[in-house]
Each structure stands twice: as structure tokens, then as C-alpha cells.
Design a protein around this ligand. Structure first.
Ligand code: G4P
Length: 287
């Protein structure tokens, strides 16, 4: 799902989350492990108003595990527990409930001390479009939940999904908008598929990706695409285009006359990246 966000949509999204927050104990904030800050809502702390929160770094199957470990440390330093997961395959999804319970343990202790039987913890998943909210809800539910979303005109009472006996999850997630103002954030969102590539020029997104990869995953490019020499000057666009051409040639993006079709090469680069065919790549680092 890709939403074109306008100020009215943002206000509405915020209001909808604030309504849901009244019902819940713990927030599960879903981020893209490849671009944790760029896939984060710029006002999230303000919107969530201090609710206990677990950060999940989703799509970790596509992210660089070393960089993800750095991100976990980064969030811990901010006082936020973070867990890398892969919602599509269910990897580490079973660790979510124990982590949510840790965040609510003090409340449960208080209730027990007062002789009250603690009820199931109520949780809400929030995140930007395409980060994997529905996939995770379905994994936690153990079945496919109809995705009604928060569409105007769809009136539906709030449903709870039982995750074991100890957690109830709201069946519709909170949809947040990403931070678009920053052009680099836009590039990262487009490269990973969080926003439609048509919103930006595909060749710009591919060039951004290649520059990042030359800088951080140079050996991988050389090996995979048989590129002999990598540019040393990151600002040398011509040299970067040569790398794109080498990839295009290797992947058969050739037009008559033997020239590389750069549009096609750009599409191949973006598709390969998103599908993890270039290896596990993170496009943002905390340092
Ligand atoms: P949303 O509710 O937050 O909008 O996201 P949704 O669950 O619809 O997931 C968006 C896309 O991300 C889906 O791919 C989904 O399969 C994929 N996805 C979710 N979690 C993971 C993950 O942990 N790893 C990987 N690799 N992909 C994940 P899609 O292209 O829209 O559909 P499809 O590929 O399933 O056909």
C-alpha cells in the first residue's frame, strides 16, 4: 500500500492512533531494519506519549546483520529495547511476547500485589506503510486477518487478536507517515520500496543505491558484477554511471548497438536490492 500523504491525512492518521492508544498498554513500533531512522515517523515520540514501547527491526532477512546489531545498540542507548525480526518468515516473532511482557512486568507485579488477577496485555502495532504491519499481525495471529485498514467509510468495531493467553493485539495497526522532507530519506524509502519509485526518478534512486554500495559493499559489487575498479571519488557521477553500466551489461540490459540501457539497469539494480539478490544490505547506519 502506498499512500500519498497530505496534511489532512497526517492529522487523521494521528487522531486514529490517539484513539487506539486509549485502549492499549504497550506499543510495538515496526521499523525497516535496512533504514531504521528513515522508516520512522518524525513525530513518533510525541504521538505515542510515553507508552511503553518495543521497537522491531523488520525485514532483517534483507539487512546487513552487523549493521542491525549496531542499530539494536543505538536504540538501547535511547532507552528503547529493539528486536530484529523477519515477519514474512516468522523469524524471532516468538520473542515478541516475552519482550512485551518485560515492558509490562511492573504493572503485573502491582496488580498481583493488590490481589488482582492481571488481564492480557493490550498491544498495538504502528509503522509506516509497507513496513510489514499486516504481515506481522498475520504471523502473530497464526492466520490471515482481513486487511480492512483504516479506510474512510469502513466502520468496524475494534477487534482483538489473542496472542496466546497473555497478549491481545489490536487487529488494525496504526499507520504513520514517514519523514519525506529530507531528500536522502526519500531515496532510502524509494530504494527499499517503502514509497513508489515513480515518486522519484528511478535512475536517481539507482545511482544513490550504487554510491552507497560502492562505499560500504564494494567487494560484493566487484565479485558479483565483475567490476574491476571501483571509483574512489564518491562524487564522481561519471564513474558511478560506469559501475551501473557494468551491472547492466552483466544482467543483459543491452540495447541494439551494444550500449547499456541505463533505465533498465536502474530497474534491475532496485529490484535486485529489494529482493536481497545483492546480499544483505543496510542503507543507513547509526554512526
Ligand atoms: P504494511 O501492512 O505495513 O503496509 O506492510 P505489509 O505487511 O503489507 O508488507 C509489505 C511488503 O513487505 C509485503 O511484500 C510483505 O511480504 C513484505 N514483508 C513484510 N515483512 C517482511 C520481512 O520480514 N522480510 C521481507 N523480505 N519482506 C517482508 P509485497 O511485495 O507487498 O507483497 P509480497 O512480496 O508478499 O507479494
Amino acid at each position: 500500500m502506498t499512500i500519498q500523504w497530505f496534511p489532512g491525512h497526517m492529522t487523521k492518521a494521528r487522531r486514529q492512533i490517539e484513539e487506539k492508544l486509549k485502549l492499549i498498554d504497550v506499543v510495538i513500533e515496526l521499523l525497516d531494519a535496512r533504514i531504521p531512522l528513515s522508516s520512522r515517523n518524525p513525530m513518533v515520540d510525541e504521538i505515542l506519549k510515553g507508552k511503553p514501547r518495543l521497537v522491531l527491526l523488520n525485514k532483517n532477512d534483507l539487512a546487513d546483520p552487523q549493521v542491525t546489531a549496531e542499530w539494536v545498540k543505538y536504540f538501547a542507548e535511547q532507552g528503547l529495547p529493539a528486536l530484529p525480526i523477519d515477519a514474512a518468515n516468522g523469524t524471532h516473532v516468538k520473542e515478541i511476547l516475552p519482550r512485551v511482557k518485560q515492558l509490562w512486568a511492573h504493572k503485573i507485579e502491582t496488580m498481583l500485589r493488590k490481589g488482582i488477577n492481571p488481564r492480557a496485555i493490550r498491544a498495538l502495532i504502528v509503522g509506516i506503510p509497507n513496513v510489514g504491519k499486516s504481515t506481522l499481525i498475520n504471523q502473530l495471529a497464526g492466520k490471515k486477518i482481513a486487511a480492512t485498514g483504516d479506510k474512510p467509510g469502513v466502520t468496524k468495531g475494534q477487534q482483538w487478536i489473542k496472542v496466546g493467553t497473555e497478549m491481545d493485539l489490536l487487529d488494525t495497526p496504526g499507520i504513520l507517515w514517514p519523514k519525506f522532507e529530507d531528500q536522502m530519506v526519500g531515496m532510502r524509502l524509494a530504494a527499499t520500496g517503502a514509497i513508489k519509485e515513480e515518486l522519484l526518478h528511478l535512475d536517481d534512486v539507482a545511482l544513490f543505491t550504487i554510491k552507497y554500495m560502492v562505499q560500504h559493499y564494494g567487494a560484493g559489487i566487484q565479485e558479483r558484477f565483475g567490476v574491476q575498479e571501483l571509483p574512489e571519488d564518491m562524487e564522481n557521477i561519471q564513474e558511478m554511471v560506469k559501475v551501473m553500466e557494468a551491472i547492466g551489461r552483466k544482467r543483459g540490459a543491452i540495447v541494439s548497438g551494444g550500449k547499456v540501457d541505463l533505465d533498465k539497469a536502474s530497474l534491475i539494480i532496485i529490484r535486485d536490492l529489494r529482493a536481497g539478490k545483492m546480499g544483505r544490505i543496510s542503507l543507513e547506519r547509526p554512526f
